[in-house]
Design a protein around this ligand. Sequence first.
Ligand code: GYE
Length: 308
Amino acid sequence: VVTDYDSSIQPTATKPIVLGFSQLGSESTWREANTTSIKEAAKEANITLIMTNAEQDQKKQFEAIRSFIRRDVDIIAIAPVVQTGWEGILKEARAADIPVIIIDRSLHVNDSSLYVTFIGSNFYEEGVKASKYMIDRMRHQPGKIRIAELQGTVSSTPSINRGLGFWQMLEAHPRFQITQSKPGNFTQSGGKQAMQEFLRQPRKDWPQVLFAHNDDMAIGAIEAIQEVGLKPGSDIIIISVDGTRRAFEQMVQGHINAVVECNPLLGPLVMQAAKEIMAGRTLPKRMITPEDIFTQELAARELENRKY
Ligand code: GYE
């Protein structure tokens, strides 16, 4: 049998794609679920995953991305901890001819051709949903409504846009006022600490509503609220974002009133995008995951369906 098959040229389909993923941290339940989803989906898709944890530090993300470039990975995925400051490192990836996918949090660059696509949620819409729920929930309570806001990581897209969506809905309802606001870095301990500080103010200034930018901070805040002898969910109405199983459990207990869903299970979409890019196909610039809002009435029924 004569063949001119050159064994040194492997068909690309048999060579696994190498994906370098700079995960931003491990600050929350959402993040754990996101990390697991990426790992499982990579395995499933036969993609070789090199994942690093930046512990909420942008400089560590830069180091990780540079190490991916040195290893000459096929694709780089980044979950950016903050929104700005990415231009330079993305140019380094471009100079090395490595396509970049942005996942979870978006970023601001002047030249959007520096990344192929952004896969993640609409955080502004999440803030709007939380605000609408609150305005409706408080409609029978007259007078000024004091709201405390637990922000996430300073300068991160979800914190900026959840805050903006929430706040812009209030413009038409001036009796709703954000009277206290602090960042809790998306962690349970950060949420608890910030809530303790809110409650150190005179009693007359205590909030009637708490909007927490994620579930972990809401859960931390619940501890602080209980410590001063108040009932979370009735003395203070609590709304948070993510929709973790832990938050659903708190809803079933009556401690959280509503949770806006934010889906961390991005793994399958990311792997699909990686394959499409390697196959030379073009992708939409933005891929959004469908999301809902859940209230106490549905919490018990939905609890068993929660995947994270
Ligand atoms: O809501 C929060 C996490 O970036 C959407 O980060 C994500 C947020 C999520 O720490 O729990």
